[in-house]
Design a protein around this ligand. Structure first.
Ligand code: AQP
Length: 328
């Protein structure tokens, strides 16, 4: 039986953080055997905000080696850079031409990013969800594993697929999002989503000292003013992280001992740090090996791009024919 196809992407915007890891990447790894998996480093998405062209290529390679180190090995999935397959932007243009502008103006991420980048509210930022829809539809993908912040964009992708199908005939499946157990990790400030641009993150390749320093100073349950006050794990972001990095027994024990004030936040953080490093140390080691072997990373990306180009060419031939521009 044919495996269902998965697509997901990540922007090469500098670091991959614990939110990306827990909300998306770990889920991707768990799905590798069950689905046909395509993952992309979405460089054209990343240029919708200010970026440094001189370090961009390094960021792309760094993102690729981090993903491979996390477990996206080339024999288990296709990993490539979005710009290696030009059909992504071609399909995005076509989708632009069938989408009312009001649909895009209503997107929460567009509103948030417009506030964050007031001096650079460009057309690409507005049209970002349609490039994402093109990424997904180009492979007729069915399942999209993402963090909670992307759910609205997947709804938009479904609407766009429906609009295209209604106008030009059945072409695209309507994809469904697939959330991880922890689809939203808050930042170290405990107030907003962990985000690169908000500088409230723990990078998964950061040295252990730096990770500890960030966890040590992270906001926990703000109602717990003194060590002897009972805490409430239900509203503590670090407890959410424990759920991802600690064993079931430890999670239950922390839940109990925090509520009775048998442990303080520092002890809880030390425990989280140890468990996090146990999980991240092998990833960091493999990423360091790949840093000295860039050819291997480029080879993985080229192999992935070649596989994806074949699918993309076929789907675009169908799309071009249906919209009446050209048949090849
Ligand atoms: N805090 C998070 N919790 C859970 N999942 C998250 N994701 C991102 N942040 C969290 C998920 O990671 C995948 C890749 O996301 P991306 O490359 O689009 O990154 P992003 O959402 O742009 O990440 P940032 O850090 O928030 O970037 P900036 O600050 O540049 O906007 C997605 O599946 C996303 O849901």
């Amino acid at each position: 039986m044919r495996k269902q196809r998965i697509f997901s992407g990540i922007q090469p915007t500098g670091v991959i953080h614990a939110g990306n890891y827990v909300g998306a990447i770990r889920n991707w790894i768990n799905l590798l055997d069950k689905y046909e998996c395509i993952f992309s480093i979405v460089d054209y998405h990343a240029i919708t905000v200010e970026y440094d062209a001189s370090t961009f290529q390094k960021n792309i390679i760094d993102a690729a080696r981090t993903l491979i180190a996390c477990g996206l090995e080339p024999d288990r999935c296709s990993l490539f850079v979005q710009s290696q397959v030009p059909e992504h932007t071609e399909l995005a243009w076509i989708l632009n031409c069938i989408t009312p502008i009001g649909d895009l103006e209503r997107m929460t991420q567009f509103k948030d990013k417009s506030r964050q980048h007031r001096d650079n509210i460009n057309v690409g930022l507005l049209s970002y969800p349609l490039l994402q829809a093109a990424d997904i539809l180009l492979y007729k993908s069915e399942i999209i594993p993402v963090g909670e912040d992307q759910v609205q964009h997947i709804e938009m992708t479904r609407r766009t697929a429906r609009r295209f199908n209604n106008r030009f005939g059945d072409t695209f499946p309507e994809p469904a999002e697939l959330l991880s157990n922890t689809p939203k990790i808050m930042g170290l400030d405990g107030k907003t989503k962990m985000s690169k641009s908000l500088n409230n993150f723990v990078g998964i390749l950061e040295p252990p000292d730096a990770i500890w320093e960030k966890l040590r100073t992270a906001v926990t349950d703000e109602n717990r003013k003194r060590r002897k006050d009972p805490g409430n794990p239900g509203i503590c972001n670090l407890f959410t992280m424990h759920k991802e990095f600690s064993s079931q027994e430890e999670i239950s024990e922390i839940d109990r001992t925090c509520r009775t004030a048998e442990i303080g936040c520092v002890e809880c953080k030390k425990n989280l740090f140890e468990n996090m490093m146990r999980c991240l140390a092998p990833v960091q080691q493999r990423a360091a090996e790949l840093e000295t072997n860039q050819e291997e990373v480029i080879e993985v990306l080229n192999t992935g791009a070649e596989r994806c180009r074949k699918i993309a060419e076929e789907v675009m031939n169908e799309v071009r024919g249906k919209i009446g521009v050209r048949k090849s």
